[in-house]
Design a binder for this molecule. Structure first.
Ligand code: DQA
Length: 149
């Protein structure tokens, strides 16, 4: 069974209480539970992890090699700043889908650019927590096409 790493970056541990008018009332635990349930329906399994530290996120991406067949990444604010995270994703050659709860293009200009996009299969943003499930659908289809799931 293919395994998907669901990786969340800085401040996403505060989901549910952090700017709910932007990010909604769903907690990270609820997001992770929904991912596990949805993955099971797709014949996939997930491992979920969150860190506020750039280096820890990079280590987790490196460790994913050989363990996970896909990555769903919401890198939070590192999306807009971290060449190192982009390089890590490129290095491991694991298909990745970038997720954002909010529509980053409808927000401040500094959120309009993403280093992660340069290393991802695609990006889903603006659909709240549902975006993680859409990303699972996208990865399931991609892995099926690639004959990997
Ligand atoms: C975010 C968007 C980022 O700009 C922001 O820094 C976040 C959350 C989102 O999920 O909408 O922390 O990635």
């Amino acid at each position: 069974m293919a395994s998907i790493l669901v990786l969340n970056g800085p401040n996403l541990n505060l989901l549910g209480t952090r700017q709910p008018e932007v990010y909604g009332f769903v907690t990270l635990e609820m997001v992770e539970d929904a991912c596990a349930n949805h993955a099971a329906k797709l014949g996939l399994k997930v491992e979920c992890l969150q860190s506020n530290h750039e280096g820890a996120l990079i280590d987790t991406i490196h460790d994913a090699k050989g363990r996970h067949q896909g990555i769903i990444l919401n890198a939070g604010a590192y999306t807009h700043t971290s060449i190192a995270l982009m390089d890590a994703l490129i290095s491991v050659e694991i298909p990745a889908v970038e997720v954002h709860l909010s529509n980053i293009y409808a927000r401040e200009a500094f959120r309009h650019s993403s280093y992660i996009s340069k290393a991802a299969l695609g990006q889903i943003c603006g659909f709240g927590a549902q975006g993680y499930l859409l990303a699972l659908d996208a990865l399931a289809a991609h892995l099926k096409d690639a004959g990997a799931a």
